[in-house]
Design a protein. Structure first.
Lengths: 169, 169
DNA sequence: CCTATCATGTAATCCGTTACATGATTAT
DNA sequence: ATAATCATGTAACGGATTACATGATAGG
């Protein structure tokens, strides 16, 4: 059993498997795309390699389906559950940075009007998607989903106001 | 001369060298820390490796100081200037994701009150820093700096409002 | 039927982070 | 003087992205 560093990716995998009990990499892919993927997306290839890593380190068990596609199906071990709980209870790490490519362009002298117009449209589209998701949220959606989506929506509003001013100035 | 993919890191290096004419890795480190570093920070080691990469691909020239520390000093080539201009003119890539670790914790069931309190304090501190920078901005600061800082400040406000409600609900 | 897209997975590459180092200044 | 921090750089590692592959399903 080998030591690995637990990254945010690790906790996404652990957290999702915790929510659903067990999952194949493809299950994880779909789960990510309808949940945390809105603010923290992952490449599908990582949903194959990351569970392997976590299994090597004793956080997950792996069992292969007999016959058919012989999928690998993962579940939490006790160690995995503990790691997840410890992470949840820890004070959060450093704050995220904006890391917005468009801001880099703005900083390095791109045409403001053009840039702002393109950004405005992209953010409006994204806001519309988020709002559509919110409308269709079933009644008993967990608070975590609801709140993270809410955070996303607010940031979209902030971006829209920002780029509108940049475009208009 | 070797092909390399140009990443955001590449454009930070190209953009900064474009602004100052020429720079050593250590110059770049300081430049980043007082400019784009507020929303797009880089490890100092990358400011050694990235210019090498860019030089291998013909975007920069490298010359070594004689004597002393024999620092490497980089400057843009024509190809580098063109690449930077092309990037500036391109429509922006995909929008950034929030990728906020605290949101992951919220999503996966961390204690809302505790989490929100910690985040509130961290964001308040960061907002104060940004505002201090804004106060001390010299008169003729380029619009790019001013606007990107403004974007940062607004997002901090958004976060503060969000976490305040999460804490209060 | 044939083609496009979805489902599912592995392998290779490489950028970014972390660890390691050491000479020069500054502070006490 | 000595410790601490700044200045400056290299090397190793590993997580994340990209490329490569192929069987299944659905649409036209």
């Amino acid at each position: 059993m080998q030591d690995v560093r637990l990254t945010p990716t690790s906790y996404v995998v652990l957290g999702l498997i915790d929510q659903v009990g067990q999952a194949t990499p493809y299950d994880l892919k779909r789960l990510v795309s309808i949940s945390v993927g809105y603010f923290w997306s992952l490449q599908h290839a990582q949903l194959y390699s990351e569970p392997e890593r976590l299994t090597r380190a004793g956080y997950l068990t792996e069992e292969r389906e007999e016959g058919g596609r012989r999928r690998k199906r993962y579940a939490l071990t006790e160690r995995g559950r503990e790691a997840l709980a410890a992470w949840r209870a820890q004070p959060p790490d450093d704050l995220a940075e904006l890391r917005e490519p468009a801001l880099l362009k703005l900083f390095f002298g791109a045409d403001r009007k053009e840039l702002a117009t393109a950004q405005l449209e992209a953010h409006r589209r994204r806001l519309a998607e988020y709002e559509a998701v919110r409308e269709q949220m079933p009644p008993r959606t967990p608070e975590g989903s609801r709140l993270t989506l809410e955070a996303g929506i607010r940031h979209e509003h902030t971006w829209i106001a920002f780029w509108r001013e940049v475009a208009g100035g």
